[in-house]
Design a protein around this ligand. Structure first.
Ligand code: 13P
Ligand code: SF4
Length: 334
């Protein structure tokens, strides 16, 4: 790698190279993809233009499955760092690129491996189920990974008397405890985006739109989940919004999902649930670090790349494989 690229990645997390503003980025990205046999995988929280140029847009489970089976030589992961890491864990022979190395995750950051390791030692008779929104180091300390699409099925697949630590999201963990009747020990982590919804503003919105259904991601706090008509992963929220007979939905998750909801049900009205600040909707600052320019540059220069030490990769892969096996036998994936 040239020195400039190294410095740029260290300083900014991305290649800080000026892109000619007259360049047709959509066309240039399509050409580079073809020339390099690359795919772009994007999460629903990416900005609309990125979702539109992606080969696959989905939730964490769908993205992990696609990353595992792609035949491309290069995977550009338009999401956050733990997602790109998961793609590398599942597909070590591919080059996995992330447009911005600093696209992190507050939830993943809320669970440092050294502290979690000490926490685990205090509960020696527990197994660890971790939400996929965690670092490779936390995955390596876990027995089974889950996503918001399969968390309930994963926990229900375990014997009722099995003692479990759930990490890192206390809100998802509390929700799964509630619906399964379990008593999992919860790591005290949370997502900054889903914790900031204002119950007061949502209540006012519901009063103004009494016909609307309120739908929420299980990373939200219990008080918000209690007033929801439906709770689910991003894919589940999208399917519900498309097929339910209601015409208006208040959506309590990152507002990027509205792009696909509007495309799936253009005659329906979608209102982003408001946060407890001056903004009208809730955006993930980490997800939104990715831009079309950064995707173009990372495809062109094949940087920044996700690299991982093989021992860590193998240790982190084991609980993901376990998740895939349980999802298959529960009929959640085919
Ligand atoms: P899912 O898309 O798997 O529901 O996850 C939501 C999320 O917060 C990803 O960062
Ligand atoms: Fe992490 Fe929350 Fe952003 Fe998802 S929305 S990447 S959990 S900070």
């Amino acid at each position: 790698m040239v020195d400039f690229a190294k410095d740029s990645l260290l300083q900014h997390g991305f290649l800080d190279i000026e892109v000619d503003p007259s360049l047709d980025l959509f066309g240039a990205i399509a050409e580079l993809k073809k020339e390099k046999n690359a795919v772009i995988l994007a999460h629903y929280y990416q900005e609309p233009d990125i979702q539109d140029i992606a080969d696959y847009v989905g939730d964490s489970l769908g993205l992990a499955r696609n990353a595992a089976k792609t035949e491309a030589d290069i995977i550009v992961f338009a999401g956050v760092h733990f997602m790109a890491e998961t793609a590398k864990i599942l597909n070590p022979t591919k080059k996995v690129l992330i447009p911005d190395l600093k696209a992190g995750c507050s939830l993943s950051d809320s669970c440092p491996p050294e502290l979690f390791s000490a926490f685990k030692q205090k509960h020696p008779d527990h197994i660890v189920v971790s939400y996929i929104n965690c670092s490779a180091a936390i995955k390596a300390l876990s027995d089974i990974i889950c996503t918001s699409s399969n968390a309930r099925a994963i926990v229900e697949s375990l014997p009722k008397d099995q003692k479990i630590i759930f990490a890192p999201d206390k809100n998802l963990g509390a929700y799964i405890n509630k619906v399964t009747g379990r008593d999992m020990v919860l790591w005290n982590g949370a997502c900054m985006v889903h914790e900031i919804f204002s119950l007061e503003k949502i209540t006012r919105l519901k009063a103004r739109h009494p016909e609307a259904k309120m739908i929420a991601h299980p990373e939200c706090e219990d008080a918000v989940l209690q007033v929801a008509d439906f709770i689910g992963s991003t894919t589940e929220l999208l399917k519900y919004a498309e097929h339910d007979k209601a015409q208006t939905f208040i959506v309590a998750t990152e507002s990027g999902i509205l792009h696909k909801m509007i495309a799936a049900a253009p005659t329906k009205t979608f209102i982003a649930a408001p946060p407890d600040n001056a903004c009208a909707c809730n955006e993930c600052p980490h997800m939104k670090r990715n831009t079309l320019e950064k995707i173009y540059l990372c495809l062109k220069y094949e940087q920044p790349e996700i690299l991982m030490e093989e021992t860590l990769r193998l240790a982190a892969k084991r609980p993901i494989d376990r998740m895939m096996e349980i999802s298959l036998s529960a009929g959640l994936v085919h």
